[in-house]
Write a protein that binds this ligand. Structure first.
Ligand code: ADP
Ligand code: MG
Length: 331
């Protein structure tokens, strides 16, 4: 067996070394490199897409994102299922971590999809976010490192969490148990720059806990016909939590996902969302991409599974916008 064949058999993540951090003032070099890619006519769409991706990749990979002044706690919420919450949480988290920041993903969905996508062990006996919420186990005791991405950690969800929604009802301070756990972890000296919480598709006590713990809500919106349906209910709930439980909570970020450039519908939905939320919607949209949907079955994010794919580039771009906007607010 020759060495090329041996390499091909390895998981994608091992083929792709993390990009080296850029040298200071390297943006001129990047511009020069990107402009060296020959221009391709509009009549060869595939070649054009490849050339565009290569240029974007040169600009994006290896960039170090600014560190926020304080840890940002962001809940990724939308009570609709299948809109890309989990996909967005894990890929934004991986992109931030690959760009030099320390990131914790809290999996708050009993389905444990975020834990799976990050390759984190979450069978029934593993200490998990359930123990944190229900038994008061310290958060840092259940956190596991994500082996494919340095600086990325996850507090997993196990099947136990399915019962938490009901068990929490009778507990003291049932809405603020996650908030207390994150604050206690900060006191214990956690050094995460970003804490991203992946919510279940409901507005129950788990989601309420996420919204009390966070200061920012990040809403992924699928570019489909019913995208805006249910959004007003979500916004109403956010207002209620702001009023009664967490005055700092606000929608900071909206990301348009599963964008299909071939349909008028995707463009219409995107326009409508941008019109309603001009300040919150990120410029980047995430395209519908097979590579994005394949990655979780390998226990990976698309950021390591296929870092050059259009989906990975979009998530890297979106994560850069999220970090830059935070830095602009800090300034
Ligand atoms: P949620 O957490 O909101 O329920 P998921 O992130 O699990 O949504 O996404 C729902 C489904 O859509 C999953 O099968 C996922 O792989 C797929 N998906 C998400 N984003 C994309 C994308 N950009 N391109 C293709 N498939 C996607
Ligand atoms: Mg999910």
């Amino acid at each position: 067996m020759d060495s090329a064949a041996a390499t091909e058999g390895e998981p994608a993540s091992e083929n792709v070394p993390p990009a080296a951090p850029p040298a200071p003032g390297d943006s001129d070099d990047r511009d020069e490199l990107a402009s060296a890619i020959p221009a391709v006519g509009e009549d060869t769409p595939l070649a054009k897409a490849l050339a565009d991706n290569a240029r974007r990749r040169i600009h994006l990979t290896g960039r170090q994102f600014p560190k926020p002044a304080r840890p940002r706690v962001i809940t990724v919420s939308n009570q609709k299922g299948g809109v890309g919450k989990t996909t967005t949480t894990v890929n934004i988290a991986a992109a931030l971590a690959q760009s030099g920041l320390r990131v914790l993903v809290i999996d708050l969905d009993p389905q444990g999809n975020a834990s799976t996508a990050l390759g984190i062990d979450h069978h029934a006996e593993v200490p998990s976010i359930y123990d944190v919420l229900v038994d008061g186990t310290p958060l840092l005791d259940v956190v596991q490192p994500c082996s494919a991405v340095p600086n990325l950690h996850c507090a997993p969800a196990t099947i136990d969490l399915a019962g938490a929604e009901i068990e929490l009802v009778s507990l003291v301070a049932r809405e603020s148990r996650l908030q207390k756990a994150i604050l206690a972890a900060a006191t214990a000296g956690h050094d995460f720059d970003y804490v991203l919480i992946d919510c279940p598709p409901s507005l129950g006590l788990l989601t309420v806990n996420a919204m009390v713990a966070a200061t920012e809500v990040f809403i992924p919106i699928q570019c489909e016909y019913y995208a805006l349906e249910g959004l007003s209910q979500l916004l109403k709930n956010i207002d209620l939590i702001k009023l009664h439980l967490n005055p700092d909570l606000h929608v900071s970020t909206i990301l348009l996902t599963m964008y299909d450039g071939r349909t008028r519908l995707s463009a219409q939905v995107a326009d409508e969302v941008r019109e309603h939320f001009p300040n919150e919607v990120l410029r980047t949209t995430v395209p519908r991409s097979v590579r994005v949907s394949e990655a979780p079955s390998f226990g990976e994010t698309v950021m390591t599974y296929d870092p050059g794919s259009s989906g990975a580039l979009a998530y890297l771009e979106a994560a850069g916008e999220l970090a830059d906007r935070g830095a602009a607010r800090d300034a």
